[in-house]
Design a binder for this molecule. Sequence first.
Ligand SMILES: [Zn+2]
Length: 82
Amino acid sequence: MQEEARKRGSNVPVRHGDKEDGMSKRIELDCGAVVPGCEFVAHGETPADVLAKLAEHGRAAHGIEHLSASLKARIMAMLEAA
Ligand SMILES: [Zn+2]
């Protein structure tokens, strides 16, 4: 009986305490949506924030000097749909 309870206890999913307060909605975007195969995920609080991080990563990791307007539009559309 005790063994059973302990097993179940270890199966409780990890909780992130600061999730449902409605204020800090975190947005994320896979770089893989833009550069297939890349596993980088940009996080931010606003679409612009995420876009800035993705642009920074793109420059550092993929040598993309700046995101083209059409790519930006695609990313913004993805972020707004999320
Ligand atoms: Zn990437």
